[in-house]
Design a protein around this ligand. Structure first.
Ligand SMILES: Nc1nc2c(c(=O)[nH]1)N[C@H]1C(S)=C(S)[C@@H](COP(=O)(O)OP(=O)(O)OC[C@H]3O[C@@H](n4cnc5c(=O)[nH]c(N)nc54)[C@H](O)[C@@H]3O)O[C@H]1N2
Ligand SMILES: Nc1nc2c(c(=O)[nH]1)N[C@H]1C(S)=C(S)[C@@H](COP(=O)(O)OP(=O)(O)OC[C@H]3O[C@@H](n4cnc5c(=O)[nH]c(N)nc54)[C@H](O)[C@@H]3O)O[C@H]1N2
Ligand code: SF4
Ligand SMILES: [Mo]
Length: 734
């Protein structure tokens, strides 16, 4: 027997064929590169992801999502052919039929209701080339003003704040390699350990060098565990906390007066405001003891170098822009910027969350971070695109507001590329109903996501292994992803789909690209002279140099790894802007009916709406279902036990979840992840209040109450229609 097994193994080894694909993880903004190994034996195919030690950013690290990233791309549920909904069933059709259908529906809709009756919705997983092309597709092929993307939910408050204060929004002002040189690091509303896990070694190294780490989060997380000081803030009160810290910094003399005088405006007004702040009041508002606020402020104030990072915990609020402005005040008042170990970072989320917001997917922007309402910028882009300036539409509205326009039937048709808005928007029930009101919906996706399931036409797009192009990581480093596998079935590259859709709309001449590189060449030209200038960056340079930082306006320029080294900010007067930021309460305060605050966020094992990671068995096993985290004292008060089902009610709706009792959370809040949709998706509860300046939704606070469910029904999940129209049960995991 053992002989037989030995022979079997020998045979297997002899016939094992190995192929190595150099690639990079599609998920978060770290964009870890790796070598994906396919081992084919006569009996099986095995896949293994090996880290890339030569990666200049992550130096051979990957997290659990990266190791498993290829799994969803190989899943048998991948879309492989266009699907058209006919009499409630999905029918497979050819690309010719799909494009002809699309052309007819757009024509009918636009002739009847005007060009703006068709909207476009994009995503931050797209390559720079595709993000650029999507913006051009909306403005040139459809000639609609309505385009926006999921990055509105992700980075827009930090982007607006950085533009206002510093004159430029590039997520991090410094390269990651500066972090170990920081003496004090503040992580505000940023759960790096679970959301950018391969960034953690930079912080560990800083700590090893003696840095103090301060984490601001209402929960204890894998990130706060590393912190020397953890400020367990009441959600929505970051601006107040920073006011308290600024007061200590002013009183104890850590203000950098010469820097403020030479390089900023607004300090006298800010100073007067800070003088009026009471740290005791701040302690009351934030729920953080005064002494802890003082300790944090001293630590940052006294440090010779320091870095402040903010993420969605600070930004996803009705006052997210102002929250970030106050953290920027903190950075500027102490002059900790523009040096190694001193700077600010809005931690970008999505794989191409950074590049995705630079090249025209946003309602108010054109490529190179140009503004669509700036006549000069319009002329520049119109010239690159070979159209008249007046043909360019004006600004549209933000992501969530597009669905309000759909609800109002102002937008009647929509194309969604690489996003799942029915799960990721606040007030998701309204968004779902709005989509059902559309005359037509086209979704370009890898799977029949919750959104694609509501579409009329579903087009099979490309996954990261199949699609080459550039991505811009959280540092502002432009990197290149190769295509290493062929597309499944009749799936097409996302940019090719856009080009073919433009072609049937009679605009093919503007989209006659034969490769991603050709699109990049045009993008470079379109970005020239803009804030996010890519004109000096080429595929060859990226390859040779391991990525190039923007702005880079010249093939011979090294790119700009650290911004503001000369302490000149990117406003016409070269000065950064300070403003007083008074505390404002979150828009939906708790009350007798809804006495708890719900905050939402992420699990390590899942990515965003989970369409990809819930199809990855190893990841699903790690986190099979969403749990409502609740403090033991709160659980007692609400009479719920660990593992029990509860109904969670908000003013928008009700969902059912299982409870997880944990001391790692404040008593006045509950926490839930965003990775599941369907009837019990958390965004059925969240508040559609938008920041007035960035139009980012307030995902991080809404008022809820709980109701224990006594008898629970089997948790089997809802029905969804199968490709051939047969109903199919889908388990809760999916
Ligand atoms: N595993 C995983 N990684 C991801 C993603 C994912 O889905 N899964 N998504 C990627 C994307 S697109 C993004 S945008 C990033 C998000 O990355 P993060 O912003 O770090 O993640 P979140 O969990 O949304 O929020 C961070 C923390 O904010 C805290 N918080 C809530 N309210 C407040 C508040 O009022 N003030 C403060 N100071 N903190 C608060 C939460 O408790 C949470 O721990 O992650 C990226 N990486
Ligand atoms: N309550 C709450 N809600 C939130 C947040 C929160 O913290 N709390 N965070 C918000 C944030 S920060 C974000 S970024 C949004 C994200 O929200 P979404 O954009 O809706 O989330 P994804 O899961 O990334 O959706 C991507 C979809 O595109 C598909 N896809 C992935 N890659 C490709 C590709 O290359 N080509 C094509 N054609 N399709 C592709 C996937 O299968 C999936 O269906 O959610 C927001 N919603
Ligand atoms: S999810 Fe982020 S940290 Fe994890 S492997 Fe992918 S890119 Fe790297
Ligand atoms: Mo995000």
């Amino acid at each position: 027997m053992s002989d037989f097994l030995g022979h079997f193994r020998d045979q297997e080894q002899k016939h094992t064929k190995e192929r190595i694909y150099p690639t990079q993880c599609p998920y978060c903004s770290m964009q870890c590169t790796m070598r994906l190994v396919e081992e084919k034996t006569p009996y099986t195919t095995r896949w293994k992801a090996a880290p890339n030690k030569d990666d200049p950013v992550v130096q051979g690290r990957m997290c659990v999502k990266g190791v498993e990233a290829h799994v969803h791309t190989l899943d048998h549920e991948r879309l492989t052919q266009p699907l058209l909904r006919q009499n409630g069933r999905w029918v497979m059709i050819s690309w010719e039929e799909a494009l002809e259908w699309f052309q007819r529906r757009v024509k009918e809709t636009q002739e009847r209701y005007g060009k703006d009756a068709v909207g476009v919705y994009g995503g931050g997983s797209l390559t720079n080339e595709e993000a650029y092309l999507l913006g051009k597709f909306a403005r040139v092929a459809l000639q609609t003003r309505y385009i926006d993307y999921n990055g509105r939910f992700c980075m827009s408050s930090a982007a607006t704040a950085a533009n206002q204060a510093l004159g430029v929004d590039r997520g991090l002002t410094n390269p990651l390699s500066d972090i170990p040189a920081a003496d004090c690091i503040i992580l505000a509303g940023a759960n790096i350990a679970e959301c950018q896990p391969t960034m953690m070694p930079y912080f560990r190294k800083a700590k090893g060098n003696g840095a103090t780490l301060i984490a601001i989060d209402p929960r204890e997380t894998a990130t706060t565990k590393l912190a020397d000081i953890h400020l367990r803030i009441r959600p929505g009160t970051d601006a107040a906390l920073v006011n308290g810290m600024l007061k200590v910094i002013l009183e104890e003399g850590y203000v950098n007066e010469p820097f403020l005088k030479q390089h900023t405006t607004g300090w006298p007004q800010l100073k007067t405001w800070i003088e009026s702040v009471s740290t005791d009041e701040v302690a009351g508002i934030t729920g953080i003891p005064r002494d802890t606020i003082v300790a944090a402020a001293r630590s940052y104030g006294q440090a010779a170098t320091g870095m402040v990072f903010t993420a969605r915990g600070v930004e996803q609020h009705a006052h997210g822009v102002k929250n970030v402005r106050n953290f920027l005040n903190l950075v500027l008042v102490t002059g900790k910027i523009g040096r190694c170990g001193s700077g600010y970072g809005a931690v970008t989320g999505q794989g191409n969350g950074q590049g995705g917001r630079e090249h025209g997917q946003k309602a108010d922007q054109l490529p190179g971070y140009r503004l669509i309402n700036n006549p000069q910028h319009r002329r520049e882009i119109a010239q690159v695109w070979g159209i008249e300036e007046h043909e360019l539409p004006q600004a549209g509205v933000s992501a969530y507001e597009m669905f309000q326009r759909v609800w109002e039937r102002e937008i009647r048709g929509m194309v969604i590329l690489s996003s799942n808005p029915v799960v990721s928007n606040p007030n998701a029930t309204m968004v779902e109903e709005a989509l059902d009101r559309l005359d037509f919906l086209v979704a370009i996706d890898l799977f029949l996501s919750e959104t694609a399931e509501r579409a009329d036409l579903v087009l099979p797009g490309s996954a990261y292994l199949e699609d080459e192009g550039t991505m811009t990581n959280l540092e502002g480093r432009v990197i290149r992803r190769q295509a290493v596998r062929s597309l499944p079935g009749e799936a097409k590259l996302d940019w090719q789909i856009l080009a073919q859709m433009a072609q049937v709309l009679g605009k093919g001449e503007y989209f006659s690209f034969s490769s991603a590189q050709e699109i990049f060449t045009e993008l470079r030209q379109a970005s020239r002279g803009g804030i996010a200038d890519y004109s000096g960056i080429s595929y060859e340079r990226i390859e040779r140099e391991g990525g190039v930082f923007w702005p880079c306006s010249d093939e011979n320029s090294p790119g700009t790894a650290r911004l503001f080294e000369d302490h000149r900010f990117w406003h016409p007067d070269g000065r950064a802007k300070l403003i007083p930021v008074p505390h404002l309460e979150p828009p939906e305060p708790v009350c007798d009916t809804y006495p708890l605050t719900l905050t939402t966020g992420r699990y390590m094992a899942h990515y965003l709406t989970g369409v990809q990671t819930r199809r990855t068995p190893a990841l699903l096993k790690k986190a099979p279902e969403p749990l409502l985290s609740i403090h033991p004292e709160t659980a007692k008060r609400w009479n719920v036990e660990d593992g029990q089902q509860v109904q969670v009610h908000s003013r928008r709706g009700s969902i059912e979840m299982k409870v997880e009792i944990t001391t790692k959370i404040r008593e006045d809040i509950v926490f839930a992840p965003m990775h599941w949709g369907g009837e019990n998706g958390i965004n059925r509860l969240t508040l559609p209040e938008l920041d007035p300046e960035s139009r980012m939704p307030a995902f991080k606070t809404c008022a809820v109450r709980l109701e224990p469910v006594i008898a629970t029904l089997p948790t089997e999940g809802k029905e969804r229609s199968d490709i051939d129209g047969k109903a199919q049960k889908v388990g809760v995991g999916r």
